[in-house]
Design a protein around this ligand. Structure first.
Ligand code: IPM
Ligand code: MG
Length: 370
């Protein structure tokens, strides 16, 4: 094992909606893995999002940023509420829960977001794609640029010629593209050595810069086969033949959209973990899905994306590969036996369970119990 006795500080942001319940299960599983692999994890509770608005009037405080910086990694549930009913959405956009998430990504330099889509053998029946397509297998990762582009560009609404006019600037510099492209090429080298840059280079100037930078870098990675795909085509290909993808590299907004689509092809958005990485080892780990306020507090949420995100945390930030593998193995075994409602199909032979029971089941498997 070689990591015995190590200790790590984990920042924990439970967040809003189903956040607290899914994080509780991920922590349960982490504790089990920590015990088995003899590492000690110290949890540092932190607030962000709607619950931070309720307490401090803003979605992200300097204190939360400072606390996160003292940690080896941060595990997060989900933030936000239902805009139709939540008072958080009466606030101006820069004070809403989502601004906290964008703010913490920026403040911690989390420029590389990895979102994994794997269709597990046992979940093939939950995949909405035709059987012959699902049979080809799905196993790819989207590397989404996370601190640039439209979400962080200059924004304004003004009055021009007597009508409102709104602007969001989409800008990327070469170095911003290069630093995430390095992570994408490195990921490809550890996988099937195929990288697809998704852009809109037939229209957008920023996309043409992405192509130029990635094209130059491809020469430094002769083993990686690189291809280029327009985002509209990519949206189609993800459904037509997802087996063709290994590593998808793309800018912030395209990655936001495509990663939701990608999560669905693997059965449920409740299965997609993510890792948001800074330079070095630090990262923030959260499920790709949102806070699902409609089912919050009802013990119905699927905690697996958060549990799998915790496994990513062990792998990428703490260097605990074996513990990460153990969690992933337990998740795969669990879905063969028990499923939350989002994964359940009639006659799949599994037992319907809630969030807590799913977490307990996975934790028991890690502890070696059946
Ligand atoms: C995501 C979410 C966020 C994003 C929102 C909540 C700001 O959709 O993590 O994909 O767009 O990045
Ligand atoms: Mg999104």
């Amino acid at each position: 094992m070689g990591k015995e006795g190590k200790s790590f500080r984990i920042g924990v942001i439970e967040g809003d909606g189903i956040g607290p319940e899914i994080v509780r299960e991920a922590v349960r599983v982490l504790n089990q893995a920590a015990a088995r692999f003899d590492v000690s994890l110290e949890y540092v509770p932190m607030v962000m999002g709607g619950c931070s608005i309720d307490r401090y009037g803003i979605p992200l405080t300097e204190e939360t940023i400072a606390q996160a910086k003292t940690c080896d990694a941060v595990l997060m549930g989900s933030i936000g509420g239902d805009p139709a009913v939540s008072p958080w959405y009466q606030l101006e956009p820069s004070k809403r829960p989502e601004a906290g998430l964008l703010g913490i990504r920026k403040a911690l330099g989390l420029f590389a977001n990895l979102r994994f889509s794997v269709l597990y053998e046992d979940l093939k029946d939950a995949c909405p794609l035709r059987e012959d397509i699902a049979q080809e297998g799905i196993d790819f990762v989207i590397l989404r640029e996370l601190t640039g582009g439209l979400y962080f560009g200059e924004k304004k609404t003004e009055t021009v010629n007597g009508e409102a006019r709104a602007t969001d600037v989409l800008a990327y510099s070469e170095s911003e593209i290069r630093r995430i492209a390095v992570k994408a090429f490195d990921s490809a080298m550890l996988r099937r050595k195929k990288l697809t840059l998704v852009d809109k280079a037939n229209v957008l100037e920023s996309s043409r810069l992405w192509r130029k930078v990635v094209g130059e870098m491809a020469k430094e990675y002769p083993e990686v086969s690189v291809d280029y795909m327009y985002v509209d085509n990519a949206a189609m290909q993800l459904i037509r033949r997802p087996s063709q993808f290994d590593v998808i590299l793309t800018e912030n907004m395209f990655g936001d959209i495509l990663s939701d689509e990608a999560s669905m092809v693997t059965g449920s958005i409740g299965m997609q973990p993510s890792a948001s990485l800074a330079e070095g080892r630090f990262g923030l780990y959260e499920p790709s899905h949102g806070s699902a306020p409609d089912i919050a507090g009802q013990d119905k949420a699927n905690p697996l994306a958060t549990i799998l995100s915790a496994a990513c945390m062990l792998r990428y930030s703490l260097g605990l590969e074996e513990a990460a593998d153990a969690i992933e193995k337990a998740v795969i075994e669990a879905i063969g036996k028990v499923r939350t409602a989002d994964l359940k199909t009639d006659g799949d032979g599994t037992k319907l369970v809630g969030c807590t029971e799913m977490g307990q089941y996975v934790a028991r498997l890690i502890g070696g119990e059946k």
